[in-house]
Write a protein that binds this ligand. Structure first.
Ligand code: NAI
Ligand code: MG
Length: 344
């Protein structure tokens, strides 16, 4: 048995933090099968070089030769560039990675006290406004732009199932459905009802308690009383925003991991972007990527390996000697990686 892991650092600090995640995986040794890493290209710089942000070769190798993958971050331009579209949005689609699972967890100062923030944002990953159907029209009153927002029963049901399963595996077994169906009663109404129906149709979820929260007040309550949340499930855009917001509660975007998960493939990905403001300085926090590697392994049931990586990260964060500047320290990326690897 062999494990083949595709590595797609892509742009910016992705090129610094994905190698860090690889080092952490290598350190777990025999708790996972013999591992082969396959370097793959994607991103803005790839686009500039070959005219395609997601080369066919990358997709083919991921589909045919890899058990899982790690993605860094892309630098997507804010203006429209002919021929360019975001490779991560495309990868989620072609690999059918319909769920983006983002645990937001604080590290308590003492290993025996529970963390102040311990929640999971489960973000639908394939539709909502991210179907990217936009049009621009010139009218007699000037320009007019429109976007299509797609919500389907199928996608809402499978993300709902994923969220209920995650809730079921946690001690509190509590799920909050995030929506805005007071305004968007058709689209968010369908999301809300479909997610709720998952529990009505399957008795195994009968112990999961369900709450609902409108997305705007959800952000407010997230900041004031994060402990009310356990698992939060949301359509794509709300989930994107909520998980970045939640990252502020645990100190930095540089520590929040995620996996993009489907029924047959999983891709780890730090929640942060390519961070051009700190790129190339060896100060990017590698924790989000290393935890994404752990989460990916956990998703594939390599629990012991995942636990060892997470415990090593916890201990380094708790000790405070090796923290990057985003967490108030002065350590370099490479020093943090060395400290974590030593503990693994
Ligand atoms: P960003 O996440 O790249 O950065 C936001 C802030 O957080 C910056 O001040 C950055 O220095 C800091 N930060 C992020 N990750 C960090 C880390 N590991 N260690 C220390 N500090 C960290 O978001 P921004 O600036 O909005 O976007 C920059 C570029 O990234 C854009 O081109 C955007 O399109 C892209 N992006 C890509 C994503 C992806 O690949 N999935 C996700 C989000 C943004
Ligand atoms: Mg985001």
């Amino acid at each position: 048995q062999k494990l083949s892991i595709g590595l797609i650092p892509a742009d910016g600090i992705g090129k610094e933090v994905i190698p860090a995640a690889r080092t952490a995986i290598e350190a777990v040794g025999s708790d996972i099968p013999k591992t082969e890493f396959i370097d793959l290209e994607a991103g803005w710089e790839t686009f500039l070089r070959v005219g395609n942000a997601l080369p066919d070769r990358t997709v083919e190798i991921l589909k045919n030769d890899c058990n899982c993958a790690l993605f860094g971050s892309v630098s997507s331009p804010s203006r429209k560039v002919a021929g360019y579209s975001s490779p991560i949005v495309a990868l989620r689609k072609v690999l059918d990675l319909y769920a983006n699972v983002r645990p937001v967890l604080s590290v308590s100062p003492n290993p025996d006290t529970p963390p102040a923030v311990d929640l999971i944002v489960v973000r639908e990953n394939t539709e909502c406004l991210y179907v990217k159907q936009e049009e621009l029209k010139i009218t007699e009153n000037g320009k007019e732009a429109r976007a299509t927002r797609l919500i389907t029963e199928l996608a809402s049901r499978r993300i709902g199932k994923m969220a209920f399963d995650l809730a079921l595996a946690r001690p509190r077994e509590h799920l909050t459905v995030i929506h805005k169906s007071n305004v968007l009663s058709v689209t968010d109404g369908l999301f809300r009802e479909t997610v709720r129906s998952v529990a009505e149709l399957d008795a195994k979820y009968k112990d999961v308690t369900i709450a609902e929260q409108l997305v705007d007040s959800a952000v407010y309550r997230l900041f004031r009383e994060p402990q009310i949340y356990d698992v939060m499930v949301a359509p794509n855009l709300y989930g994107d925003i909520l998980s970045d917001a939640a990252a502020a509660l645990v100190g930095s975007l540089g520590v929040v991991p995620s996996v993009n998960a489907g029924d047959s493939f999983v891709m780890g990905e730090p929640v942060h972007g390519s961070a051009p403001d700190i790129e190339g300085k060896n100060i990017a926090n590698p924790v989000a990527s290393i935890r994404s590697a752990a989460l990916m392994l956990r998703h594939m049931d390599y629990i012991k390996a995942a636990d060892r990586i997470d415990a090593a990260v916890d201990s380094v964060v708790r000790e405070k000697q090796y923290l990057t500047p985003d967490l108030g320290g002065s350590a370099k990326t490479s020093e943090v990686v060395d400290a974590i690897v030593k503990r693994i």
